[in-house]
Design a protein around this ligand. Sequence first.
Ligand code: ADE
Length: 242
Amino acid sequence: GVWTARVVTLFPEAFPGILGLSLTGRALAEGLWNLRTIPLRDFGTGRHRNVDDTPAGGGAGMVIRADVMDAALREARQGVPAPVLYMSPRGRPLTQARARALAEGPGVTLICGRFEGVDQRVLDAHAVEEVSIGDYVLTGGEIAAQVLIDATVRLIPRVLGNQDSLAEESFSIGNRGLLEAPQYTKPARWEGREIPEVLLSGHHAAIAAWRASEAERLTKERRPDLWRAYAEGHVDPAKDRQ
Ligand code: ADE
């Protein structure tokens, strides 16, 4: 079967969203990947299809009920071996290595939260892993799910037209896990600013050396964490680097 993202959400109309456009949208239309939304509301209880209740122990907001989420997850998982991830600011940070690993698998089942969260018992029961897209808090998991799907789908073979660009981009193996060097295009002079001379030299080895040194300079300056990992030699982009 084709790589499939299954998304449990209270807002199925948020999908495919921007994933329906451009590269990911074309690939979706061509059947290179699949998207299925599982509307959490369909599994709500009572006349109002309630999905949440007040937090045990008190506190602000509402918590998604374990029984409701369990029913939605059973529907979503139905014999598919894909990992189940809960988009949450408490999760382990999403990395390029994780996107690479997910792209090699059968797909992913994503839980989008709203309110104050999901009852921990259903996360434990389904061995759900929490994944964060960064140290900030979103209103809900839908945008985070789209970020994860986008980062993963573009790595599926034949989705990206030019697979060479993957080898050279930030965090890639060809770029040693560093940030990518700056890019330029014509005109050669714009508002008094020149393109770095070496890029116009046609000297491929010199260009590669310039890009490598720029990648190092930018990474040292902006991402001392990535630089340390590279300098200490435990960047193995083929493995799941956290
Ligand atoms: N839901 C709310 N905030 C989030 C974040 N930073 N990452 C993933 N999911 C989230």
